[in-house]
Design a protein around this ligand. Sequence first.
Ligand code: UD1
Ligand code: UDP
Length: 359
Amino acid sequence: MKISIVLGTRPEIIKFSPIIRECERHNLGYFILHTGQHYTYSMDRIFFEQLELPDARYNLDVGSGSHAEQTGKMLMGIEKTLIEETPEVVLVEGDTNTVLAGALAAVKLHIKVGHVEAGLRSYDWGMPEEINRVLTDRCSDLLFAPTEKSRRILLGEGIPEQKIFVTGNTIVDAVYRNLDISKRKARALDYLGLSPKEYFLVTVHRQENVDNSERFRGILKGLEMIEERFRLPVIYPIHPRAKRQMEAFGMKAGRLRLIEPLDYLSFLQLEANAQLVLTDSGGVQEETCVLGVPCVTLRYNTERPETLDVGSNVLAGTDPGEIVEKTQHMLSKKKSWVNPLGDGRAGERIAQILRGSLG
Ligand code: UD1
Ligand code: UDP
């Protein structure tokens, strides 16, 4: 069996780690093809080191660019590699440009595509991620849906039942595995001088938020109002895209505490101990739900409605007043819910399905 794992960004490295571990455990033949979409040490290499993942056999070093430029370069590099390596299946995870390029290159070469995290929908065609998700699912032969809800979405779009497998989300596996390690090893609370439950944690990086000055300004204003209202530090490990946009718009951080992007164990420690998290990240909406920490999502929709259903998450959009109100609301609510995203064995299930379907 030969599996090509195509990845390129921070969340893909984290969410593929449980599958890579299972491939190692069962001695499945696989190799990692890194597109190089993320390349800064703190967005890429640090996760390979910390999660003890093997090096990519190929790195296409595609880097940043417009959507077409980035996706086009990836397509060319992935196609060339797949022709040389002739894997039986290409695995992609999530909704980035790397995912679409991996799926499209493979399907045109008649190589099976396995999509991890299939069936998520925001129904917002303005998001590049939604386009990537829908097209990737359409190209896929094995659709690993994290929940029953995502399975039903795929069925509703006419995807044949036998192609869909409900596995849970591999982020649950990653959190379960790394939380204890983080408790033992991470020092982020200490070096930032923070006490458990006495700060807010923020991540904001989505194109539709940070490339839009009005929305980004609204979010930053809302975060400053939270700092003033609750008199607690607001910690924002800033994604390079958001940093670039803040500089381009001439925006100031004000009272927010901007820090560099964190390694996974440090980020998990800050997330698990935060009073509440504000984010537009997909993975962070999921992790807070698993960790039992309330989340306010700085978007108008989410492809993770399970988190809204159980009450771990609420949509606030980008209006400052609404962000403060939703934060207050989440703080006053009970913080007990059952994680609907999986039992921590998604990686194991996916490896088993691959063994069964590829022989
Ligand atoms: C990408 C994904 C997004 C995902 C995010 C995870 C797409 C369309 N978007 O967004 O869905 O949530 O990754 O973090 O695939 N940059 C660096 N160093 C890096 C990477 C990026 O400085 O290692 C900067 C560059 O200025 C670059 C910008 O960030 O232009 C955006 O990078 P890009 O890969 O285009 O998209 P992300 O915003 O990271
Ligand atoms: N993350 C991290 N360090 C940070 C911010 C996030 O390790 O400073 C992790 C986080 O725990 C989650 C993942 O990155 O697992 C989410 O990635 P991101 O928000 O970049 O992308 P998205 O999930 O929105 O696609």
